[in-house]
Design a protein around this ligand. Structure first.
Ligand SMILES: Nc1nc2c(c(=O)[nH]1)N[C@H]1C(S)=C(S)[C@@H](COP(=O)(O)O)O[C@H]1N2
Ligand SMILES: [Mo]
Length: 468
């Protein structure tokens, strides 16, 4: 009878596996909550299928990563070192940004649209004079020194990056996303920072913008990561070097290989190797932040800019030629215009030299991390120049402009506390000699404790008050 029917379709009501009830249409069109629940259920189903099918061949298979060194102790140790180091990088990085006085004027703001991220900005002090030398030296030297630790930490958690199934639940998805931002943010921030130190100004946009926003992404992901992993890292490091939990235990955290290869180096040896790498980088970097004789040890400092010897023999950031300064710009026709309080004075270099000459021993400290020991600067106090146009001791902020055409360092606004400091000079001489053209002849600004970019070279105009 059935055969005679010849039909392939089961007639209605015929015995067989009951069809699953159709999902209510509301789940697709209905309220958001129902749709989210349905999507979560689908994701869960997909996750279960993926888990049942097992990982595809390759790095997601258990046993692909076979180093017997991987485990919570090694990862925890590198993690704790990074926690301490990266915390210092964040603080000194935020300080560096504050030191630029970006709130003062659009010209100083290297990252327009920073919005809420600039919430913490404050007036950068002018004492001690070595302040930015210290904070930025620590920032850049520590950043370079931590690179081996960062790479070792990434190596130690590689199996986690290939976890299978890739997403198990909503919480797991969030955790993985934070890891993506963490690894991406760390990589981006370190790479942009190191490129800026090594090659300077190679970026299509502003280095500050890229590094600043990258760092905030990194910081947010880092905070989430630390909140979830810190207790486990502390436990593992307390447990000691020999601690290696069973691969399938929760404490192993997916790091321990279920099929470890024979060791080629001990865990202690691996830590020593990473430490030696960091120390080597420290040794060839720190000299450029100490400056002077130590600069010779800074093998990683950008080369090809040997400052020469003599009074002007200290590091040059950009030469007059590379800044497009023509000899006629800084020759006898050069004039300084001082404006403020509705008045204006135009001075020659001889007139400036006839004013009271003051001295200040101040360093130059660049964002790139290099700095010079104190140099003996001589010139006219900014307060004396303000007095020239009738301003009192409450010197206002001042816009400093260079003869240089274009370039983001050709003008800067100095805050009132900088303009009022007795050590802030329009310098014409250094270490007993006239400034060299590369150091800013005929006159440059030098202020204490500030980033190098505040020490404008080849100055031609000072505008006190109402900065542009
Ligand atoms: N006009 C002008 N002034 C400038 C710069 C510049 O490019 N143009 N560079 C600044 C930066 S970034 C630094 S670190 C110092 C370096 O000064 P130095 O070259 O005399 O060492 O100069 C600052 N003054
Ligand atoms: Mo600089």
């Amino acid at each position: 009878m059935d055969a005679s029917g010849g039909g392939h379709d089961r007639p209605d009501g015929a015995p067989g596996r009951p069809r699953p009830p159709a999902r209510p249409a509301a789940a697709h069109r209905g309220p958001l909550a129902a749709r989210v629940r349905a999507a979560a259920a689908r994701a869960r189903d997909a996750g279960e299928r993926a888990r049942a099918a097992g990982p595809p061949p390759g790095p997601a298979r258990p046993g692909f990563w076979r180093s017997p060194l991987r485990g919570p102790w090694l990862t925890g140790l590198f993690g704790l070192v990074l926690l301490a180091g990266v915390a210092v990088l964040f603080v000194t990085g935020l300080l560096s940004y504050a030191a630029y006085n970006p709130d003062l004027a659009p010209g100083n703001d290297q990252t327009p649209d920073k919005g809420l991220l600039g919430f913490y900005l404050f007036t950068w002090p002018t004492s001690p004079a070595w302040l930015y030398r210290l904070t930025q030296g620590v920032h850049t030297v520590l950043g370079v020194t931590l690179v081996p630790v960062l790479l070792a930490k990434l190596w130690s958690v590689i199996p986690k990056l290939f976890e299978w199934p890739p997403v198990r639940s909503a919480a797991h998805a969030l955790d993985r996303l934070s890891l993506l931002l963490l690894v991406g943010g760390a990589g981006f921030t370190f790479v942009t920072g190191i490129l800026n130190i090594q090659l300077d100004y190679v970026f299509p946009g502003s280095f500050y913008t890229l590094h600043f926003y990258g760092a905030w992404v990194f910081m947010a992901a880092f905070a989430v990561h630390v909140a979830f992993r810190l207790p486990r890292a502390v436990r593992a490091v307390r447990a000691g070097r020999g601690f290696q939990p069973a691969p399938d235990s929760a404490e192993a955290a997916g790091l321990v290989s279920p099929r470890p290869a024979p060791p080629t180096i001990s865990r202690r040896g691996a830590v020593a190797m990473v430490g030696a790498g960091s120390l080597a980088l420290l040794a060839v970097t720190a000299g450029q932040s100490i400056g002077g004789w130590w600069r010779r040890t800074a093998l990683l400092a950008p080369h090809g800019r040997e400052p020469g010897s003599g009074p002007n023999g200290f590091q040059i950031n950009k030469t007059a030629a590379s800044s497009g300064i023509r000899p006629s710009d800084i020759g006898p026709a050069w004039r300084l215009t001082v404006r403020g309080g509705g008045r204006q004075e135009v001075l020659t270099r001889a007139m400036l030299l006839a004013m009271p000459q003051r001295e200040a021993a101040l360093p130059i400290a660049c964002v790139e991390g290099w700095s010079t020991p104190d140099q003996q600067w001589a010139g006219v106090r900014l307060t004396d120049l303000a007095a020239l146009v009738g301003l009192g001791t409450d010197t206002p902020p001042v816009l400093v402009e260079s003869v240089q055409r274009g370039g983001s360092f050709s003008s800067v606004v100095l805050a009132a506390n900088q303009a009022r400091d007795d050590r802030s000079l329009l310098a014409m001489r250094v270490n007993g000699a006239d400034l060299s053209p590369d150091h800013g002849y005929p006159a440059r600004v030098i202020v204490p404790a500030a980033p190098g970019v505040h020490n404008t070279k080849w100055v031609t105009r000072l505008t006190f008050g109402e900065p542009a």
